[in-house]
Design a protein around this ligand. Sequence first.
Ligand code: PEP
Ligand code: MN
Length: 336
Amino acid sequence: MILQLDPGAGAQELAAIEQVLGQHGFRPTEVRTQAGRYLVAIGDREIDLRRVGHLAGVRDVHRVSDAYKLVSRKWKVGATRVDLGDGVEVAEGSLALMAGPCSIEDETLARGTAEFLQRQNVRIMRGGAFKPRTSPYSFRGTGLEGLKMFHRVAREHGLKVISEVLEISQIAEMYDYVDIYQLGTRNSQNFSLLNELGKVDKPVLIKRGMSGTIEELLQSAEYVFSSGNEKLMLCERGIRTFERASRNTLDLNAVPILKEKSHLPVVVDPSHGIGLRRFVPAMALASIMAGADGLLLEIHSDPERAASDGSQTLDFSEAERLFREARATLNLRENK
Ligand code: PEP
Ligand code: MN
């Protein structure tokens, strides 16, 4: 059960609400976010919602039977719109395009990419500064200095930045240089990192763990929400299955299922999802028809020479064509 509280509810009112909940076998946790105040009450007994709905300090009360609560669609009427400012948002009914190199490399690449995206009216540039690599001998990113340069170039072109955060200490370091923190598949259940991301007032995109279930992804989002941050997006990026013909198995089933279960926007990353450049556009378009609210794409002026993930990275002419087809596909989906 979720109780939305009045922002001004006092300690006495709270104690009275908690007492009634306790009497009915519910264990309440108070959650304060930048947007609201809630009591998440866990319990398995039936309760007449009117017993708590009329109490002072309670604005609204909702029954949510799912294991995750605050990220569930059961209590929130409208879908969450993540507002990045300057008219850029990730929201249901539209398609947020996010594109850029896997890794931030040099300023020439950043500039070329930013100019291209601006021409294409794509408003969000991706690029990893801290790269989680399977081998310690692979390129591990240009770090904070690279991110500062990337952000400066992005701003010169009116773009927002999404970049992966690998550890807690980087949250503060990156703060001024990102508009969205990307939480990677390898950290999808790093609960201490999730908790800390709940304390910042910037959007977080949570990727599904490569061996994670849909429910585990929702629970990861619940961690961030319950520690204070409602500006969340979920990302399907492929899971590891027995199949070896593609890098991962892009689980497009997850898109409509997540959309039904949660009010959060759902983004798909077909680049990591299939891992094969020639099939990325098809999977991107399929993601849109499955209901995605956004796409996260790896693009590079010269994919063959990319510092990482070149084999799943589109060049600019492939990207230009995909952006055009993606917009047409969105129109088809939305019947415009
Ligand atoms: C990436 O976006 O470059 C990345 C490392 O993604 P993932 O966490 O999905 O592997
Ligand atoms: Mn990558």
